[in-house]
Unconditional design. Structure first.
Length: 199
């Protein structure tokens, strides 16, 4: 069996949760499906808008549709066999455990800092055994060396991790996608740790 077959056979047994299906969540989901993840749980209450198309994994003809349903359609085009559980609901302290308690890793992909804060605190308190991969600082362009990963136990934070006024520094596809790929790659790092490390 090749290294790639070993990786694929392991990843197809894993479940990843994604809280939020915007620029981070939708792009990370696409990368994970292409990598061979077998099961995704995705929760988001929002719909696709014209403003989303510049950085999220959606298409112009999907505007007005719930993000989780449009994303499900797009991901099934990559891999028709993947198991998807889409929830068109806002993630709250009341339903988060129902969504994510069986996941091997959870990706945080919320827009607002307040949502990120409560979710990190909630995960640390209620599901501390599940690694949580967050993002902070995804606006702007250039200066790729400012992107980094902070690690503290089962908590990981990707991005430039600086507060940015998005009125003057917009969120654009390259930076948003870069951070989403950092999150997706960390998922693989965590799930594949039992395999021999490849440089």
């Amino acid at each position: 069996m090749t290294v790639f077959q070993n990786i694929t056979s392991l990843l197809e047994t894993k479940c990843v949760g994604i809280a939020g299906a915007g620029g981070l969540g939708s792009n990370a989901a696409a990368a994970l499906v292409r990598s061979g993840i077998g099961h995704l749980v995705i929760a988001d209450f929002d719909t696709v808008t014209p403003e989303n198309i510049n950085r999220q994994f959606y298409f112009a003809d999907q505007q007005g549709r719930p993000k989780v349903h449009a994303l499900q359609e797009n991901l099934l085009r990559i891999n028709p066999k993947i198991k998807l559980q889409p929830y068109k609901e806002r993630v709250t302290p009341g339903n988060a455990k129902d969504f994510f308690n069986t996941c091997h890793v959870v990706v945080e992909a919320f827009d607002k800092a307040t949502e990120k804060e409560w979710f990190a605190n909630w995960m640390t308190q209620h599901l501390p055994h599940i690694p949580l991969i967050m993002a902070s600082g995804i606006a702007g362009w250039g200066q790729q060396d400012v992107l980094r990963i902070q690690r503290a136990g089962n908590l990981y934070v990707c991005g430039h991790q600086k507060e940015t006024d998005t009125t003057n520094t917009p969120m654009l596809a390259p930076r948003v996608t870069q951070v989403a790929m950092m999150q997706a790659d960390l998922v693989l790092e965590i799930l594949l740790k039992e395999l021999p490390r490849i440089p």
